[in-house]
Write a protein that binds this ligand. Structure first.
Ligand code: ZN
Length: 112
């Protein structure tokens, strides 16, 4: 079964790797890589690796289209997560060494 999409990296076809070489002598090209759709990157597991052959191609896409990507869900104000901060002295080893451990606990204000 050959279920695939072409890598969406804008420069995927410019990377000098042997697995991108196609064509016969005299008319060879570097071709965009295929991204196989498997149980590991499709359906419930859909992710960036469903559309990009590598982290580099994903970064190229995100950097090229950052304005369009941000326009999908613009952040116009900061979000906040209610927390409680507790400090505790923790002893370690067999000597008198202690360190201060800072514990951050998320507070559920919705009565949960
Ligand atoms: Zn790619």
């Amino acid at each position: 079964m050959s279920n695939f999409v072409w890598c969406h990296g804008p420069g995927c076809h410019k990377s000098h790797t042997q697995d991108r070489i196609r064509g016969v002598k005299g008319s060879k090209v570097l071709r965009t890589k295929k991204v196989q759709q498997t149980t590991y990157n499709s359906g419930e597991r859909l992710s960036m690796y469903s559309y990009f052959c590598s982290q580099g191609c994903y970064n190229d896409f995100a950097n090229t289209y950052v304005r369009e990507v941000i326009a999908i869900a613009p952040r116009t104000e900061a979000l906040e997560t209610p927390i409680e901060v507790t400090k505790e002295q923790v002893q370690y080893g067999w000597r008198d060494g202690t360190y201060t451990n800072t514990r951050i606990t998320t507070v559920d204000n919705n009565g949960g």
